[in-house]
Design a protein around this ligand. Structure first.
Ligand code: AHR
Length: 323
């Protein structure tokens, strides 16, 4: 056989093998997923969407719930490395402290994809990050408030997410940027509610007490809907009307916030899709099967929803998705 023919056959074989791998997708791949926990409705939906995306693609997903603790996530990632998984997904609970374990994954040639939260670490330690622009989310929430209150004086109380997490840091920054230059709007109190409904309620109760029963509060800005739902309950318990006496703006777009909008008790939310796994698996498919490097940051949409956007319909559309 001539050298040209041998080379041509070799090239043909290689491209056949490549398209076979493409056709196979992630079928049979073992992928570890270190999830933060189940602090919010949004988190539950992300878990459920990731599991069904994995099933649809034939991925053997090894799921580890870290119960809100970074040390558990580090342990889980080390376990995935020891098992020799094909890839790792991690939703990092906080932004710092990842370098060592991600270096171990890199040394084992296991690609890591970050889901929904960012980290402060060299970018070569992960393949890609699938997340929203969290600064933008805060800005969108603030812009809604600026437009709603116009020139009226407005004292805002803020319920922050988990201390040290990228959404808590960035959503705070974005909101502050959004109200900058509007001197009638100011954040008067700000505390963490840890992204949970129970903590959101408890912290809001404290804010209401400290603010003369709530008379001086114009709006609550919550870094997620679950804390907003907790705050709504606290406002009602204090004898005030959420949605009118105190405006409520938050982030996630979970079904319960749309139910609150239908009841006139919430005013705006910024959507965060729970489907981070779809783009993550697509990126891994292209990388593992064809060596294609994905974009470093895959950014999901941040759409604003208000009661003008068919909250009942939005509730119905989301309620079966695992929230
Ligand atoms: O990282 C995304 C945030 O984490 C969601 O907005 C919040 O609900 C969750 O707990």
């Amino acid at each position: 056989m001539s050298l040209t023919r041998t080379l041509a056959l070799g090239a043909g074989m290689a491209s056949l093998m490549l398209s076979a791998a493409w056709a196979e997708g992630l079928q049979g791949k073992v992928i570890g997923f270190s999830q933060i926990g189940s602090e919010s409705g949004w988190r539950a939906a992300e878990t459920s969407v990731t599991k069904s995306e994995a099933e649809a693609r034939g991925v053997d997903l090894k799921f580890a719930d870290a119960q809100q603790k970074q040390e558990n996530q580090i342990k889980a990632i080390r376990g995935f490395i020891a098992q020799g998984v094909d890839a790792i997904l991690v939703a990092p609970v906080v932004a710092t402290g990842w370098e060592e374990v991600l270096t171990e994954a890199k040394e084992a040639s296991i690609p890591v994809v970050l889901l929904d939260r960012g980290i402060e670490a060299p970018e070569d330690l992960y393949l890609t990050s699938v997340a929203s622009d969290q600064v933008k989310e805060g800005r969108v929430a603030a812009e809604w408030l600026v437009g709603s209150v116009a020139d009226k004086d407005c004292n805002v109380v803020e319920l922050q997410g988990t201390v040290g997490s990228s959404p808590a840091i960035n959503r705070k920054q974005g909101f502050e940027e959004g109200i900058a230059g509007h001197d009638n709007i100011r954040i008067t109190r700000s505390q963490t509610g840890d992204f949970t409904r129970a903590k959101g309620k408890e912290v809001m109760e404290g804010f209401l007490k400290a603010e003369g029963g709530g008379a001086s509060i114009c709006a609550v800005y919550a870094h997620n809907d679950d804390m907003a739902v907790g705050a709504i309950q606290a406002i009602k318990d204090a004898g005030l009307k959420p949605g009118s006496d105190i405006l409520v703006v938050s982030i996630d777009a979970v079904p319960d916030i749309f139910a609150a909008m239908v009841a006139g008790e919430a005013n705006a939310t910024v959507e965060l899709t729970p489907n981070m796994a779809g783009p993550a698996f697509d990126a891994l498919d292209a990388y593992l099967n064809a060596g294609t490097m994905p974009e470093k940051f895959i950014i999901t949409e941040s759409k604003l929803y208000t009661p003008a956007d068919d909250p009942q319909g939005e509730y119905d559309r989301r309620k079966g998705l695992g929230y």
